[in-house]
Write a protein of this length. Sequence first.
Length: 214
Amino acid sequence: MFRFTSNEIRDLFISFLVISFGFALVFSNRDFSIVWQILPIAMVGVGVGFILHEIAHKFASIHYGYWAEFKLWPQGLILALITSFMGFIFAAPGAVYTYANTITKRENGVISLAGPVTNIIIAIIFLLLSVLIYPFIIVSGGTGVIIFMTFSLGFTINSYLALFNLIPFLGLDGEKVIKWNPIIWIATVLVSGYMTYIGMFGQFEAIIQTILGF
């Protein structure tokens, strides 16, 4: 049965707020004069990416017949805030805990992979939406530019969330995935790594222009 406990909803909401602020801080280059302008845009990418990432873990666990619940990790929240002031973000404010007497390596790997793959899919959706809107922002500007920035940041945030969670240690998703299937781990790291590079190093608009033939 797929349901959220009140504690789970509370923990997800707190984590969402902290991670959103952390990303806004990073993308504003720690400039508090503009961080509050970026925060609503960052909240879109984090809201979709972070929440669906955790839901994917939960759904995969339930698919295998296990109970799963998201729980806040206070130390992770503190690390997220501290690292965001350093120009990057340790995006692990909590995790979905799967409760099972026994779980196979494959089940654990698939459950762990569900989150990063969800982020990759969401990032691709943001990319496709950007392709659709880009011809119009060249003409209209204004609101179109803000929407494009939202999609661009959503792409970058979700690509980063996928790559970060695929780190094969610290108890992150990558640790379980690589133990189950190293080839799948490498493939998803390469995809999310390239996507993160596009987003983080200013290549996103160039990719859009290449796709559109501009």
